[in-house]
Design a protein around this ligand. Structure first.
Ligand code: SF4
Ligand code: SF4
Length: 510
């Protein structure tokens, strides 16, 4: 594996304090078995899965409990053995917020009994069946986006470069770093399996420079694989370089157009955790049952990374890490920049949950009162998406949808850089997040009213055409009658005959 340093600097971004020392001080904790599982039927971007178990049924570790019925979906498995207690609606964290969705609730029996060996399907030869195995194995993007991996590896787009994303730039989150240190060979293997599926000529593993142990482990694994298509790019530690668009630009110099996904211009990004999951599925027949979760913050007794069964209630995971400590201000899912506060710790860890922060009062940004924008331009300099946040702010507060479009609201990745740097303490990201909802609603209404107008116009045109057709017919008959004497006589006689018949009918009825 060749190591190289891209000569480009990321656009915008910030150098932030890492807060990762405590959680990386010990290896990933393994072997944790929860007492309960709450398995959401929809833990991915796409249609929900369909349950295939009943209340009271005993399930084994690795057993499918909900099947993917659509291409853009991913199956759900029992991550430990136990009995199905209920199938009901619960609150579950998703990418940007908590939502209510159908869940399978399992009471674990503590035996953690797996499916018998060979019960899982073997890795097929045919690429199409391989994609189906990945879908049936429940694998989704573990970087947080939870896009079904099989969909992303499909043959729809030619892939120039497969990018394995090990850029974990958010403060507090260290699950990928620890996985790269401890399972570099497995990650490289998973990356090569995906490269083959995509027939990509090149594969770049991207890692930040502040992760020397991960870099060393990956280089060694890359060399051992002997694969010449692999390269390792060490990149500067600037938040948010780990965003797909930012990373593609940083590595290749190509800007991803705002209306496109990176895959549409030939770059497929997969997280290191996803590569590891693909390796486990192909080499050990194991579906996605667990993920590494960083449990961090001053409000946790023992901050660490834990290999956590999917569906574990957050409260049980915190208990495994020694419970809460001191005065916890809030519980945040995700990093301190892009994560969000949870209402309680009863919700489960899902496939997309990478970090849990029990933040003490001292770790939380104080609520300063907002002041006027002084147009200092700091936010524009920090914006990795090359936006003008101060202009977006004005457009959002004026509800000016045309201007929001013009200033590229939808390109905002809600990274929070503008917030952090703003001397007037304006909650810019929150304003943009709300504006996106309002803008999407406005666009839907616009589309609806355009369609309604179009339907009305079509209806009017049809009516006009019908009237015209009637007129044309009358004209045609009149013309034929006037120009054709025998036809005219015939028409007169027919009319006289009709009148005579009517009269005789009237006389009969009298
Ligand atoms: S950083 Fe804040 S004060 Fe400065 S231009 Fe941006 S919004 Fe205005
Ligand atoms: S939150 Fe949006 S506008 Fe603000 S810096 Fe990030 S991408 Fe730019």
């Amino acid at each position: 594996m060749l190591e190289y340093t891209p000569d480009r600097r990321p656009t915008g971004g910030l150098r932030l304090p890492a807060h990762k020392e405590a959680s990386t001080a010990q290896p990933i904790a393994r072997g944790f078995v929860p007492r309960t599982l709450v398995l959401a039927l929809q833990q991915h971007q796409g249609p929900p899965t369909t349950p295939v178990v009943r209340r009271g049924e005993r399930v084994l570790r690795g057993q499918v409990v909900a099947r993917a019925r659509a291409l853009r979906s991913a199956a759900v498995h029992a991550s430990t053995s136990g009995h199905v207690r209920a199938i009901e609606d619960r609150l579950v964290p998703s990418v940007h917020a908590v939502h209510r969705t159908r869940c399978i609730v399992i009471d674990a029996d503590g035996e953690d009994e797996p499916l018998p060996p060979g019960a899982g399907s073997a890795w097929p030869e045919d690429p199409e069946k391989q994609l189906k195995s990945i879908r049936d194995g429940g694998i989704v993007g573990l970087g947080g986006g939870v896009f079904p991996t099989a969909e992303k590896l499909g043959p729809q787009t030619p892939c120039k470069v497969l990018i394995i994303n090990g850029v974990e730039c958010e403060p507090y989150i260290s699950c990928d770093d620890m996985l790269m240190r401890e399972a570099a060979a497995e990650i490289v293997d998973g990356a090569l399996i995906m490269r083959e599926l995509l027939a990509a000529p090149e594969c770049i593993v991207a890692v930040e420079r502040d992760k020397p142990q991960a870099i060393e482990a990956l280089l060694e694994a890359g060399r051992a694989s002997g694969d010449a298509s692999l390269r390792l790019a060490d990149i500067p530690t600037i938040y948010p370089t780990g965003g797909e668009r930012q990373l593609v630009e940083m590595l290749t110099g190509e800007e991803v157009p705002s209306t496109h996904y990176p895959s549409e211009i030939g770059y497929i990004c997969q997280n290191v955790g996803t590569a590891f999951a693909v390796h486990r599925l192909v080499r050990a027949g194991e579906p996605l049952l667990s993920r590494v979760v960083t449990v961090a913050g001053d409000g946790i007794a023992r901050p660490q990374n834990v290999e956590t069964p999917i569906g574990t209630p957050i409260g049980e995971l915190i208990e495994f890490c020694g419970g809460y400590r001191g005065d916890v201000d809030r519980l945040i899912l995700g990093g301190s920049m892009m994560g969000y506060a949870l209402p309680n710790d009863e919700m489960p860890i899902t496939k997309g949950s990478n970090c849990l922060i029990a933040a003490a009062r001292t770790e939380v940004r104080q609520d300063f009162s907002e002041r006027f924008c002084i147009r200092c331009g700091n936010c524009g300099t920090a914006c990795p998406a090359r936006l003008l946040p101060q202009e977006l702010l004005r457009a959002a507060r004026d509800n000016d949808h045309a201007l929001l479009d013009e200033f590229g609201l939808t390109d905002c990745i809600e990274c929070g850089c503008c917030d952090v740097i703003c001397p007037s303490h304006i909650p810019l990201t929150e304003v943009f997040r709300n504006a996106k909802f309002a803008h999407a609603r406005y666009q839907r209404q616009e589309v609806f009213s355009a369609e309604t107008q179009q339907r009305f116009r079509r209806h009017e045109e049809r009516e006009r055409a019908d009237v015209q057709r009637g007129k044309d017919l009358q004209d045609q008959i009149r013309h034929e009658v006037e120009t054709d004497e025998p036809a005219r006589q015939q028409a007169i006689e027919a009319a006289i005959e009709r009148a005579r018949q009517r009269r005789s009918q009237d006389t009969d009825s009298e």
